[in-house]
Design a binder for this molecule. Structure first.
Ligand code: NI
Length: 386
């Protein structure tokens, strides 16, 4: 029995409707209603409110005890859209610039064919997740009992990637995305007149020294074999050329894979900031927040997707990534608890394509029937009907 392709026109219409209504993390009220309504109409048992706006749609068939979870994220970004498309964002300042509108549509498409065909034996949980971009909606859904209330033998998730060839499945056993942490450092000095620095403790000079010293951590303390990144993404302080400010604030993004390296980065950032500041007579107040863990795929589930994708798209359209990405993803929380795998689906349409998070990015609608059909096939093969 082959998987029927979805009604592409309907999927495109859904995707563009979602695209017009981009909502930021934990504010996806319209989106959550929209998704829940469609799933209810398809006959799913719909549970709402996990992670505030998250939706879980459950469908059982036969007597099988196995279960599968498939996740789509549905939040947008605080970006002002510049695609000029007729279905561009109707919410100024918000935009589906990461294709989560497409991920959600593909899973809705799969929801329809899975329900209509009923060609499986077991339990399907379709997980529509909020706040991937900021608040870790995956973790919030888990804190609301996601896997206790909806036990899954395995979980699967994908992300479109306009840098990869169209229709290509890019997989990786083990780490595929980095851990990300954030540090906020307030360098506190003593402000005063710009003409009399000797009467002040200049936090601008101290902060500048911290910025440069932080560059030595990855290059001098961490092995070249262990990928890690420290980016000072923001530096704010002062207001005029003749005023030495009281404080300067640094915001730092930290990425890594290995848990020991992650600890070491935190320790060194604290030490460097504290002692650099001290050497100028200033004080560094450090807030350090652990965010998403690394996304580490499980071998058996990755092998499963590789085999299925090879049959689905041909061996020439399935690749194993030789290295992970330094970006991050909160699907990592799921994979800490449940076996599964996260992979990329190539979305490239041509040289005009914009990268994810670019104000000119748009999800490639040609992927919709492919994603929907693949998820359907995954469910039907993972939970085979007798
Ligand atoms: Ni994304």
């Amino acid at each position: 029995m082959t998987t029927p392709r979805n009604d592409t026109e309907e999927l495109v219409q859904i995707r563009r409707e979602l695209h017009e209504h981009p909502e930021l993390g934990l504010e996806e009220v319209w989106t959550s209603d929209y998704v829940a309504e469609k799933l209810t109409a398809l006959g799913y048992e719909v549970t709402r409110g996990l992670g505030k706006t998250g939706v879980v749609a459950t469908l059982k068939s036969g007597n099988g005890g196995k279960s599968i979870g498939i996740r789509a994220d549905f939040d947008a970004l605080p970006i002002h859209e510049e695609t000029g498309k007729p279905y561009a964002s109707k919410i100024p300042g918000n935009m589906h610039a990461c294709g989560h509108d497409g991920h959600t549509t593909m899973l809705l498409g799969a929801a329809r064919s899975i329900a209509e065909r009923r060609n499986f034996d077991g339990t399907v949980h379709l997980i529509f997740q909020p706040a991937e971009e900021n608040f870790g909606g995956a973790r919030l859904m888990m804190e609301d009992g996601l896997f206790e209330r909806f036990p899954c033998d395995a979980v699967f998730g994908l992300h479109n990637e306009p840098l990869l060839p169209f229709g290509q499945f890019a997989l990786r056993d083990g780490p595929i995305m980095a851990a990300v942490d954030e540090a906020r450092i307030v360098v506190r000095g003593v402000g005063g007149h710009g003409a009399h620095p000797e009467d002040t403790v200049d936090p601008v000079v101290a902060a500048s020294s911290i910025v440069l010293a932080l560059q030595s951590i990855v290059s001098r303390n961490i092995s070249a074999q262990d990928p890690s990144v420290i980016t000072i993404g923001a530096i704010h302080g002062g207001s005029a050329s003749n005023v030495i400010p009281e404080t300067v604030e640094l915001t730092i993004g930290i990425r890594s894979f290995d848990p020991d390296i992650r600890d070491q980065l935190e320790q060194r950032i604290r030490e460097v900031a504290e002692f650099q500041a001290k050497s100028y007579g200033a004080v560094a107040e450090i807030e350090y927040e652990r965010s998403y863990p690394p996304t580490v795929n499980h071998t058996a589930e990755t092998d499963y997707v590789r085999k299925l994708a090879t049959g689905f798209a041909g061996a020439e359209n399935v690749v194993d990534l030789d290295r992970p990405f330094m970006g991050s993803e909160d699907f990592s929380y799921f994979l800490e608890k449940v076996p599964g795998t996260y992979f990329f689906l190539g979305a490239r349409s041509g040289p005009e394509d914009k990268a994810l998070h670019h104000p000119g990015y748009d999800f490639n609608d040609d992927l919709l029937p492919i994603g929907a059909a693949f998820w359907t096939e995954l469910v039907e093969s993972y939970l085979p009907a007798n």
